[in-house]
Write a protein that binds this ligand. Structure first.
Ligand code: ZN
Length: 359
């Protein structure tokens, strides 16, 4: 199956998965064309097989209507020449070997501990992250140095259990931060700055990290709108297209998230940067509470809300309400560049507009 067949494959699905696909995805296919000079023919044929392959190319665009994530696919782009060669398998293995005996190989002395101590599993031990991106930010250091060493289900279960115990200990210390996030990235392509195999855990307060929270809210809204579970529907589509597999009752499928990310030919070494939290997370339940506004913002909001005719964005005007637009420092909403600074003060003025001939 090629990605360019996606539209046709969805159209050929059974009724239920097809309906789910139509609820979740917007899929379209377009054609890109070009005119190649004769001088380029040998080069194009060498890289892409034939000139015909590039003069008319099929591009598939997929958008998840629920999460507004999207991807653009074109098989040809995988064949592009690379300006910067990637490391070969042997070079990666050599890099891994050459970093043996790093501080993670001696976690007890090479890494700091959390204030609640260390949590030990069969195959790993936790440490406190030196440069944290949240109040509690731990590292599960694997006993094995090589992050690409084969790992069976029991090893993964051991790591997840140890990480969860770490989270329990962190939440016991700080019950106001019950949102647990687990991240497992591996080597530089995934933003890892340390070669030695490890996972990272954080607990945070208020709500989940934005992408996780956005996914959670999108799934809830989907449930309200369609009376269907978003993740069940997601599964139906993937399973229907032959892109899912079930193992011991667990449903497994991959989600492509390519658009906007460099795929090849760039350096991916984010050394010195903390990897960003993304994708999977394990929630600990509880509802997200909006953060309290700072006092000044609360006062400003209350003042604005008290103005006659002031209404929330999207709320239609009620009969009898004045038809009014407010200008902040001389500018209408959205005209930020027209705002005149008034020595840091915000001046709100109102423009009343006539209603159907009445003023
Ligand atoms: Zn190591």
């Amino acid at each position: 199956m090629s990605i360019v067949e996606l539209e046709a494959r969805i159209a050929g699905l059974a009724a239920e998965p097809r309906a789910a696909a139509e609820r979740i995805y917007a899929v379209s296919t377009t054609t890109g064309t070009l005119v190649a000079p004769d001088e380029m023919r040998p080069w194009i044929e060498k890289l892409f097989g034939s000139v015909e392959a590039v003069t008319s190319q099929r591009i598939v665009r997929v958008t998840d209507r629920v999460t507004l994530e999207g991807a653009l696919f074109n098989d040809l782009r995988a064949k592009r020449p690379m300006a910067v060669p990637e490391k070969s398998g042997a070079e990666v293995a050599e890099t891994i070997r050459s970093t043996e005996n790093d501080p993670f190989c001696h976690a007890e002395t090479g890494t700091p501990a959390d204030d609640f101590g260390r949590i030990s599993g069969e195959l790993g031990v936790t440490a406190s992250n030196v440069a944290k991106y949240d109040g509690y930010h731990g590292v599960l250091v694997f006993n094995a140095h090589d992050p690409l060493a084969p790992m069976d289900a029991a090893a993964i279960a051991d790591h997840l259990t140890t990480a969860r115990k770490w989270a329990d200990a962190a939440v016991e210390r700080d019950p106001a931060a019950p949102y647990y996030f687990l991240m497992w990235n591996c080597l530089w392509r995934a933003g890892g700055s340390i070669v030695h195999g490890h996972m990272q855990m954080t607990t945070t307060h208020g709500m989940h990290y934005p992408k996780v929270e956005r996914l959670r809210q999108a799934a809830l809204a989907y449930g309200v709108r369609y009376r269907r579970d978003y993740f069940d529907d997601l599964w139906l589509v993937h399973d229907g297209l032959g892109l899912g597999v079930t193992i011991d009752g667990a449903r497994i499928f991959a989600r492509a998230r390519r658009a906007g990310r460099a795929r090849r030919g760039r350096t991916h070494d984010r050394r010195g940067h903390q990897p960003r939290p993304r994708s999977s997370s394990v929630g600990r339940g509880g509802r997200a509470r909006p953060r309290a506004l700072p006092a000044a913002a609360r006062r400003r909001w209350r003042r604005l809300a008290a103005l006659p005719g002031r209404r929330a964005v999207g709320r239609p005007r009620r009969p009898g309400e004045p038809n009014v637009r407010y200008r902040v420092n001389g500018a209408l909403r959205g005209q930020r560049d027209l705002r005149r600074s008034l020595h840091g003060r915000r001046l709100v003025t109102a423009v009343h507009r006539p209603l159907n001939g009445h003023s």
